[in-house]
Design a protein around this ligand. Structure first.
Ligand code: NAG
Ligand code: NAG
Ligand code: NAG
Length: 254
């Protein structure tokens, strides 16, 4: 059974198929009542999943969460959950040196249908996935524990060019966005500070606009609802290079 892009559906699928907390990396302990609840929700949600996302979900009423970032223009095309690392270097291990960001690597999972049909679950999913094992970069496999399909991959083409490659399989060629950071705002109070609620904070929310080389009409990308990813305040005791796990929502506009 497979419910593309539907968090609860897949939580329920897993809970029914294997009612042990192992499938959830021991993060959750479902009792029998909760499993039954998820089963029923699963059946309900499954009725909406009648085609491959993102094409079957109506994003016309969805917009990027409001913040002090410039308002969105254009048409929302995809919503993704990003799960990966922010990468940093430290020139030395002293408190006088600040970590430098050298890029990020993340898998992008297609959350368009969740955003369209279950917006309250979108935020929950973004927080939950940070507690699950980091998926290997570049993989095409769906996101645990929810079977959310891959939409693409995020990496830095150059140190100043955040890139979103949404070309995965031959039938999923959604384009490549090469972007430049236009605006940024501190993540709101209460954002998840890191995996298992341990860490240095949530990375800022960003507004990125496309530069030359972008395909398929993507004009802007927002990174919002960040969880984790921030570097320690100083390089004190840090190695020369390190990664900090994060998750975020990405909104792609055309
Ligand atoms: C960011 O966007 C806000 C709202 O549009 C604007 O007031 C601010 O000047 C922008 N900051 C930068 C650095 O562009
Ligand atoms: C960033 O970290 C990832 C691990 O998440 C690694 O695969 C990648 O090579 C690193 N990239 C850079 C530029 O350091
Ligand atoms: C992540 O793990 C921490 C520590 O176990 C827990 O307190 C928190 O509620 C978890 N977050 C989510 C969204 O499940």
């Amino acid at each position: 059974m497979h419910f593309n892009g539907l968090v609860l559906a897949s939580l329920a699928t897993a809970a029914v198929a294997a009612p042990t907390s192992n499938v959830f990396n021991d993060v959750y302990n479902f009792d029998a009542t909760l499993e039954e609840f998820y089963s029923r929700v699963s059946a309900h949600i499954g009725r909406f999943a009648d085609g491959p996302p993102p094409t079957n979900c109506d994003l016309s009423k969805v917009s990027v969460p409001s913040s002090s970032l410039p308002p969105a223009t254009g048409t929302l095309k995809y919503v993704a959950i990003g799960r990966g690392t922010q990468n940093y270097t430290c020139a030395d291990a002293t408190a006088d040196t600040l970590p430098s960001q050298i890029g990020a690597v993340a898998n992008l999972y297609d959350a368009s249908c969740i955003a369209a049909n279950y917006p309250d679950l979108l935020d929950l999913a973004t927080d939950i996935v940070l507690n699950f094992s980091l998926p290997a970069p570049g993989v095409q496999t769906p996101l645990a524990p929810a079977n959310v399909e891959i939409l693409g991959h995020h990496y830095f083409e150059t140190t100043t060019t955040p890139t979103f490659n949404l070309n995965t399989t031959p039938d999923k060629q959604f384009g490549v966005a090469l972007t430049s950071k236009k605006n940024s705002t501190t993540a709101p109070q209460g954002s998840i500070i890191g995996q298992f609620n341990v860490g240095y904070g949530a990375v800022p929310w960003l507004y990125l606009t496309s530069i030359t080389g972008t395909t398929d009409g993507i004009t802007s990308v927002y990174r919002v609802k960040t969880a984790g990813g921030a570097a320690p305040a100083t390089c004190s005791g840090q190695p020369a290079a390190f990664q900090i796990q994060y998750s975020a929502q990405y909104f792609f506009y055309v």
